[in-house]
Design a protein around this ligand. Structure first.
Ligand code: T5A
Length: 207
C-alpha cells in the first residue's frame, strides 16, 4: 500500500481554512484520491474534549504551559488514532491546523520558547511532518472582520489584535524556515482567486 500524503491548512482566524478544506477535498477526489478531513485541536473523541476545554472562554485562567501541553496531548491522540492509520491505508489526510499553529500561537502569540515546542514536536510526532502546508495569509483585521459576527466567541478569539499579529508573524517565520513545505496563499482576495492559487499549489503533490 502506498502511503498517503499529509496536507495541513494554516492561518489566523477567519482567513478561510474551513471554507477551503471542502474545496481541496473535492479537488483531490476528482483525481480518485481518498481523503480524510480532520482538524486540530481535535479529530478524536478525547482530542475533541481537550479542544472544548481549550476553547472554553469561561474557564479559569489557563496557564500557557497547560495550553501548550493540552495542544500536544490532543495531537498525540490525533496522530495515533486518525492521522497515522489513515496515511498507512493510503488515504490523504487534510487537517485544519497542525503543529505550525503551535509555533504561531504558543510560540509567537504567547512568546513561549521555540526550543520547548521543538522538544514536544519530536517527542509527540517522531518524524511525522506534513508533506505540504498551505498558509492562508491576510492582514489580521480582515480575518477578524469575517468572524466578528459569530454568536459565540472562543477563548482565543477573545484575545487582543496584537496576539493575532504575533501569531501571523509566527506563521510567516515558520514559512521562512520551511520554504519547501509551507506555501503561502494570499487569502485577501476573492474566494475564486484563493482557490485558483490552492489548485496551482496542489500540483506539487499531484505530479
Ligand atoms: N490553536 C490551534 C493554537 O493556539 N495552537 C495550536 O496548536 C492549534 C492547533 C482553534 C484555535 O486554536 C488555536 C488557534 C485557534 O484560535 P479554529 O476553530 O480551528 O480554532 O480556528 P479558527 O481560525 O477560529 O477558525 P475559523 O473558522 O475562525 O477560521 P477559518 O476556518 O480560517 O475561516 P472560515 O473558512 O470559517 O471563513 C470565515 C468566514 O470568511 C468567509 C467564509 O465564508 C466565512 O464566512 N471567507 C471569505 N470571505 C471573502 N473572501 C474570501 N476569500 C473568504 N474566505 C472565507
Amino acid at each position: 500500500m502506498i502511503r498517503g500524503k499529509f496536507i495541513t491548512l494554516e492561518g489566523v482566524e477567519g482567513v478561510g481554512k474551513t471554507t477551503n478544506l471542502a474545496f481541496i477535498k473535492e479537488h483531490l477526489e476528482k483525481y480518485g484520491i481518498p481523503v480524510v478531513v480532520t482538524r486540530e485541536p481535535g479529530g478524536t473523541l478525547l482530542a475533541e474534549k481537550i479542544r472544548h476545554l481549550l476553547l472554553d472562554a469561561n474557564s479559569e485562567t489557563v496557564t500557557e504551559q497547560a495550553e501548550l501541553l493540552m495542544m500536544f496531548a490532543a495531537r498525540a491522540q490525533h496522530i495515533k488514532h486518525v492521522i497515522e492509520p489513515a496515511l498507512a491505508q493510503g488515504n490523504w489526510v487534510l487537517s485544519d491546523r497542525f503543529t505550525d499553529a503551535t509555533y504561531a500561537y504558543q510560540g509567537g502569540g504567547r512568546n513561549m520558547k521555540v526550543s520547548t515546542i521543538e522538544w514536544l514536536e519530536h517527542f509527540v510526532q517522531g518524524h511525522l511532518r506534513p508533506d505540504l502546508t498551505l498558509l492562508l495569509d491576510a492582514p489580521v483585521e480582515i480575518g477578524m472582520a469575517r468572524v466578528r459576527n459569530r454568536a459565540v466567541i472562543d477563548r482565543f478569539e477573545a484575545e487582543k489584535v496584537s496576539f493575532f499579529e504575533r501569531a501571523r508573524r509566527g506563521y510567516l517565520l515558520q514559512m521562512e524556515l520551511h520554504p519547501h513545505r509551507i506555501k503561502l496563499i494570499k487569502a485577501n482576495q476573492p474566494l475564486v482567486e484563493v482557490q485558483r492559487a490552492i489548485t496551482e499549489t496542489l500540483r506539487i503533490l499531484l505530479r
